[in-house]
Design a protein around this ligand. Structure first.
Ligand SMILES: [Zn+2]
Length: 319
């Protein structure tokens, strides 16, 4: 009798015990909406969490379309990290579709956004509740979501992510806050380096053309005037009039710093550069990191890469 009941058990045991064992042994799952947030979570959490990044390297988060398997990744997550300001509104739809009821950390919470003229047909920046109060007539003002392009805001992101991670993984709270403090100190030093690099460029030369308005915060923080044929979202097509105005400005002001971005369609920018008679100086990393091994595989590497290209291009020394 006893022997028989024991024999009956092995089949039942794994099914009953393994889910519990798996939960005890695996680190909690954290889901980040796009590659830059994923890198910040990795720096702060280290091995304390399993990290899943939805929109990966070189992926345009503006036009990102999550697959059903992405929503599936939210099941069992301990924390979701998103940018907010309408950048990754698809993440909110994924959260609803997956029935996820856990904590959602919004990295831009507490940051006063820059406001930009929006486009009526731009839905990617307008899906969230953030925009419901907009009643303006004419080109409506939308928040610029690219706040990470100012390292001071990046430090704000890191502190918010650390608070959310410490709450989600309380056993590791001390290590998480320590790592966040060390990382924030590195970003502070990098911010100083960026300022020193750009200070070496005469103010009148600090003009840069990029594909879309991803560098508004960078320009405001570090004193560069960025101009782009596309607005704050890569989804809106630039008008012929906007492109013609930019070409006239490039010629009139002898702008030499013209750049593509690592995601999106470079065709408009290449045509603009050709018609203005200037060479495209390379590829800036705006809304996504590069693949591992690429020139901008981390948030810090992205700034070093971008500044390393921008400074000689603004001075008219590159290409
Ligand atoms: Zn963008």
């Amino acid at each position: 009798m006893r022997r028989r009941s024991l024999l009956a058990l092995p089949g039942a045991l794994p099914a009953l015990l393994l889910p519990g064992l798996a939960r005890a042994q695996e680190a909690p799952l954290v889901v980040a909406s796009f590659s830059i947030l994923g890198d910040l979570v990795r720096e702060v959490a280290g091995g304390a969490v399993r990290l899943r990044t939805i929109a990966g390297p070189n992926v345009d988060a503006h036009s990102f379309q999550p697959r059903p398997s992405d929503a599936e990744a939210l099941r069992g997550a301990a924390l979701v990290v998103r940018n907010g300001l309408g950048f990754d509104g698809w993440m909110d739809r994924m959260v609803r579709a997956a029935g996820y009821r856990g904590p959602v950390a919004t990295a831009t919470d507490g940051i006063t956004p820059r406001m930009m003229a929006g486009h009526a047909h731009n839905h990617s920046h307008g899906g969230g509740a953030e925009r419901r109060h907009s009643h303006s007539v004419g080109p409506r003002q939308v928040p610029d979501p690219h706040a990470w392009q100012d390292l001071r805001h990046g430090i704000h992101y890191v502190r918010g992510i650390a608070t959310a991670l410490a709450a989600a993984v309380p056993a590791q709270a001390g290590a998480i806050q320590d790592a966040a403090g060390r990382y924030a100190a590195r970003l502070e030093a990098l911010d100083g380096w960026v300022r020193a690099q750009i200070a070496a460029v005469p103010e009148a030369r600090r003009k840069v053309i990029t594909s879309h308005d991803a560098f508004g915060y960078f320009g405001a923080a570090y004193g560069i005037n960025f101009l782009a044929p596309q607005g704050v979202s890569t989804e809106a097509e630039p008008s012929a009039g906007d492109v013609a105005r930019l070409i006239r400005q490039i010629r009139a002001e002898s702008i030499t710093a013209v750049f593509m971005e690592n995601m999106g369609n470079p065709a408009t920018l290449q045509r603009l550069a050709r018609e203005a008679g200037v060479a495209v100086q390379g590829r800036l990393y705006a809304d996504a990191l590069s693949e591992a091994g690429g020139p901008a595989a981390s948030y810090e590497a992205m700034f070093r890469h971008n500044v390393g290209l921008l400074v000689p291009a603004m001075r008219g020394q590159a290409a």
